[in-house]
Design a binder for this molecule. Structure first.
Ligand code: ZN
Length: 497
């Protein structure tokens, strides 16, 4: 039986349209029109919504890690990315199934129905088991996932020769780090595993799960590995996602290594194209913005994470002005540590509009699209009909509590029409996502999951958490600071303001 979903208005490509309802049958939107028109055409359809709601396509979280809880909550305080990374081995291990299930439930409550999951292995040697377990967790939550099993093959300790850094350390600390590079998965084994995962899980029809390839970060992967990943993705009509230019030290690594920017290096080896999504891009050069846009490279913008890990502010308004596809990702590090996607959009919008009358503008309508259709395209590719209210699209929908957003006694014509998108983006938050549909099924009704007991999953996770000793200092931190501080002394000609 079809369902008509309707609100006071609906957001189409970020623009409010009065009395726009959609009719859903099976997994897809089969029709749209006013509520009266659809009721006449489908007299037996169920109806969900009403004047107290605003209807929007659901959100896609374009970059995350599915850790269940934020790293601060798991015992690792925010710090510079390079120092924070050095501590992640101390994170308590949460079984991948439970971590994915809980992460998926949290995101759905925020109106997010699709997520890019950049996997952090508990054990690299066990990745082939961890990934299916993680997929199972997301499937049980009822959220779509673009899965990124990671691969790295260099520079994991610092963005330089390991021996040079080790020489700075006292003997005891050096011996504590051991001989291992920390990764023991060969590229051949990795791609063989990807082939298996792709065969077993990649869903190019219903788009419940995509298997993608993830050379985890520019400085951690050789050119050969990055290109092998791009070739694999193109051969399988899927995508590549990698972290890039998150910190100033990553930018400097590129100049030290090639005398050129990271983006130009990727262009030179043939990695840039519309198959690629780059997370962070805080230290994008001005002069590379046009090239990224021309090549159709997706950018996953992680504003909270970039602030919390002291990385900086990405030139998002300029990327958008150049027509680069920019989507929003939470990276598991939102400002309030709560995976609130609406607040993340608000922060991206507020900080995206920078000082100076010649700065590029970032409109509320654009930011809404960065959370919906554009985020979906850079995460699942152009072939997945997600993030829009169009006929034939997959029915991933959110009813936001417009009455709670405006305030109880607001008159019907409030706020003024032209203020509406800005008003919504300035005020809406997680709690306002009251009803969430994924592929024609309601997974959240009245703010609660329809089939999984969220609290019970949380209890299962808490039972298993064992924190590293809180008073244990991060012994390597002063040496990392010393190492990278030396990189601050040098500058390069194309420095961004
Ligand atoms: Zn990340």
């Amino acid at each position: 039986m079809p369902t008509i979903v309707h609100g006071r208005f609906a957001l189409r490509a970020g623009v409010p349209v009065d009395d726009l309802a959609v009719c859903v049958e099976g997994e897809s939107i089969i029709d749209q029109g006013t509520l009266a028109e659809l009721t006449a055409r489908y007299p037996d359809a169920a109806r969900v919504g009403g004047n107290r709601y605003a209807l929007t396509p659901a959100f896609t979280n374009a970059h995350d890690h599915g850790r269940a809880l934020g790293t601060m909550a798991l015992g690792i305080p925010d710090n510079f990315l390079e120092i924070w990374l050095s501590q992640l081995a101390r994170l308590p291990a949460i079984p991948p199934y439970l971590a994915a299930l809980y992460s998926g439930l949290n995101l759905l409550r925020s109106g997010v129905t699709a997520v890019a999951h950049s996997h952090n292995p508990i054990a690299w040697s066990n990745l082939a088991v961890e990934i299916p377990e993680s997929l199972r967790g997301y499937a049980e939550a009822g959220i779509r996932v673009a899965m990124h099993p990671p691969i790295v093959n260099q520079n994991q300790l610092v963005y330089a020769d390991r021996e040079r850094f080790l020489a700075l350390l006292p003997t005891e600390l050096r011996e504590g780090l051991g001989e291992s590079n920390g990764f023991d998965l060969s590229a051949d084994d990795y791609f063989a595993m990807l082939d298996d995962l792709y065969r077993n899980f990649h869903d190019s029809q219903r788009h419940r799960a995509h298997i993608q390839v993830s050379p985890a970060g520019g400085q951690w992967c050789s050119d050969e590995l990055i290109m092998r990943a791009c070739d694999w993705a193109r051969a399988h009509d899927t995508r590549v996602q990698m972290h890039l230019l998150e910190t100033r030290y990553q930018r400097r690594y590129a100049y030290k290594t090639w005398g050129a920017s990271f983006v130009k290096r990727l262009e030179a080896i043939g990695a840039l194209g519309d198959w690629l999504t780059l997370a962070h891009m805080v230290w994008t050069e001005d002069e590379d913005i046009e090239l990224l846009a021309e090549r159709g490279v997706g950018i996953a913008h992680n504003i909270s994470s970039n602030l919390r890990l002291r990385s900086g502010i990405a030139p998002i308004a300029r990327l958008v002005a150049a027509k680069a596809p920019v989507g929003i990702g939470l990276d598991g590090q939102t400002l309030d540590d709560d995976q609130d996607f609406l607040r993340e959009m608000r922060l991206a919008w507020t900080i995206g509009n920078q000082d100076g009358m010649s700065a590029a503008d970032l409109s509320a309508e654009t930011v809404w699209r960065m959370g919906t259709d554009i985020a979906a395209k850079i995460t699942f590719g152009k072939g997945a009909p997600l993030g829009e209210l169009e006929i034939g699209g997959l029915a991933d929908l959110v009813l936001l509590d417009w009455e709670a957003i405006t305030g109880q006694w607001a008159p019907a014509d409030y706020p003024p029409r032209d203020l509406l998108p800005a008003f919504l983006l300035r005020r809406a938050k997680q709690a306002h996502a009251r009803h969430v549909m994924v592929g024609g099924q309601w997974v959240i009704r009245d703010g609660a999951h329809t089939s999984v007991d969220h609290q019970e999953v949380a209890r299962e996770i808490w039972k298993r958490l064992q924190f590293a000793a809180a008073d244990q200092p991060n012994a390597i931190e002063p040496y990392l600071r010393q190492f990278y501080r030396a990189w601050d002394d040098r500058d390069y000609p194309t420095r961004r303001r």
